[in-house]
Structures are given as structure tokens and as C-alpha cells.
Ligand binder design. Structure first.
Ligand code: SAM
Length: 217
């Protein structure tokens, strides 16, 4: 683990140098929860490489730079109520929980990954991430409204229930575009008077968001 920790510290330092990690809080969250704690043993040696990595059920954990970009765009702060759609390995949810210093709700559609994420989070000592099995395109009404919603899979369009569950003044980060690993990342804001504003950040590549308000499986 010492070698992995060293490699990870170098990755974080280079993300800071490249201007991708901008805030001290995100840097500290990355150092606290290295990606090697959230991948299978056979991929640990590659966890510091700035590329997506396979996780069970044919899914991926995003590249460190992509996760940092989405967290910077989300502008998370202590006490915010946050929903993540697409738990995967649980890594991004652990980082979110560290940034909001509180509970995080995250939804995953594949049962095997719900188990995988729960195990990773437990082993990493993360206590305030709540992983639910379900279709995240429908949001998670029991804990709505959310100040932030972060979707980590590519949608054909912004799912209506997520807009409904976003608090006025809130922000949704979501990749929208084609099914096959090519989308634009959007920052969607709901103004205090309930209007929706969308800003395109740039091109990204995520696995598809599959569900009632996403792609059909
Ligand atoms: N955030 C994850 C992490 O930190 O490891 C990476 C997520 S991976 C790129 C996208 C995940 O979204 C996959 O695990 C996939 O099964 C999940 N997913 C796709 N459609 C979904 C849906 N409708 N509801 C919940 N999860 C979904």
C-alpha cells in the first residue's frame, strides 16, 4: 500500500499542477480517499494512472481528472444535500461525502455494484454514504430536494425527475449525448425562481445511463 500511496500522491500533485484540481478541499479529499481503495486487487497498481478503470459488471470507475473536473464544477460545500446517480465503485461518493462533511445518497442500478461499493466504502472507513439499488433516472424522492445532483453516466437528455428534485439555486452535473461513450458535460442550474439554465462544459466519455428516463437497456 505504501508504494500505491506514493504513486497516488504524485497523481494528485500533477492534477493540481495541471490546474484540474483547483480547491484545497478537493485535493485533501483525493488524498484521503485514493482510487486504489475502490478497485479490485488486480487493478490497484493502475489506480494512479489518469484513465478510467474496469469495475465489475462491465462498468468503469472514471479517470481521476474527470472526477476532479465534475467535483470542481459542482462547487460542493459542507452541509449540502447531494444525490449521486451511478455509484459504481463508490469512490466519487466517498469524495462527495468528504466535501459535504455529511450524508450522501447514491443510486446504482446493478446489484453486484451496490455490494461492491458498499464493501469498498466500509473498507475505506466511509460511514456517511448511503447506497441504494434502483433507477437513478427517477432520482431519489425520499431525500429530495437536493442542492447538488451529480450523474456519472451518459444520458440521452436531462431526466425530468432530476430537474424536479433539484432545489431552487441548486446545480446538476450531467453528461448528455450519444449512447456510445461520447457526450457533452452540462452544468444545469435551477434559479431561485425555478428557471432552468444549461451550460455546456465540453466533451466527455461515460458509460450509458440506463433507465426509464435514460437509455433503454
Ligand atoms: N461514480 C462511479 C464511481 O465513482 O466509481 C462511476 C460510475 S460508472 C462511470 C457509471 C455507473 O452508473 C455504472 O455503475 C452504471 O451501472 C450506473 N448506472 C447506469 N444507469 C443507471 C441508472 N439509471 N441508475 C443508477 N445507476 C446507473
Amino acid at each position: 500500500m505504501e508504494k500505491l500511496d506514493g504513486l497516488w500522491r504524485r497523481r494528485v500533485a500533477s492534477l493540481v499542477r495541471e490546474g484540474i484540481i483547483k480547491s484545497a478541499a478537493i485535493r485533501e479529499a483525493f488524498l484521503r480517499y485514493p482510487r486504489h481503495l475502490f478497485v479490485e486487487k488486480r487493478y490497484r497498481d493502475y489506480a494512479h494512472v489518469d484513465e478510467p478503470l474496469p469495475i465489475p459488471a462491465g462498468q468503469t470507475v472514471s479517470a481521476p481528472h474527470m472526477v476532479a473536473i465534475m467535483l470542481e464544477l459542482a462547487e460542493l460545500g459542507p452541509g449540502m444535500n447531494v444525490l449521486e446517480v451511478g455509484t459504481g465503485s463508490g469512490w466519487n461518493a466517498a469524495l462527495i461525502a468528504e466535501l459535504v462533511k455529511g450524508d450522501v445518497y447514491t443510486i446504482e442500478r446493478i446489484p453486484e455494484l451496490v455490494e461492491f461499493a458498499r464493501r469498498n466504502l466500509e473498507q475505506a472507513g466511509v460511514k456517511n454514504v448511503h447506497v441504494f439499488l434502483g433507477d437513478g433516472t427517477k432520482g431519489f424522492p425520499p431525500k429530495a430536494p437536493y442542492e447538488r445532483i451529480i450523474v456519472t453516466a451518459g444520458a440521452p437528455k436531462v431526466p425530468e425527475p432530476l430537474l424536479e428534485q433539484l432545489k431552487p439555486g441548486g446545480r446538476l452535473i450531467i453528461p448528455v449525448g450519444g449512447h456510445h461513450l461520447w457526450q457533452d458535460l452540462y452544468v444545469v442550474e435551477k434559479t431561485e425562481d425555478g428557471r432552468i439554465r444549461k451550460k455546456r462544459w465540453g466533451g466527455v466519455a461515460f458509460v450509458p445511463l440506463i433507465g426509464e428516463h435514460g437509455w433503454r437497456g
